[in-house]
Design a protein. Structure first.
Length: 96
């Protein structure tokens, strides 16, 4: 996130001077709009966090072992047979 310079902040305050809000609310509004616009600029240049994450996933340096970051290939995430594993999934089964 880039900071707003005092010179720019003065210009932005002039833009919102006609809005019936307190000065602190106007400053907060300026910061919110600035963050939104910064996100659009970052997205346009491929620097938004979600774009960076997706591009790193496609990067060959992160591919390594095929089992990394893939839950479907882990033995821990295979289907469990409730009967043979000792768990009961029948609400009408007698307790005890």
């Amino acid at each position: 996130m880039t900071l707003i310079s005092s010179e720019d902040m003065g210009r932005y305050r002039n833009c919102v001077s006609g809005i019936d809000l307190s000065d602190s609310d106007k400053d907060e509004l300026i910061h919110i709009v600035h963050q939104i616009m910064q996100h659009f600029v970052d997205a346009a240049f491929g620097e938004a966090p979600d774009q960076i994450t997706l591009s790193s996933r496609a990067n060959s340096h992160f591919q390594g072992d095929n089992s990394h970051a893939r839950m479907g290939t882990s033995l821990e995430h295979e289907t469990v047979d409730l009967v043979s594993e000792g768990a009961k999934n029948n609400p009408k089964a007698p307790k005890g």
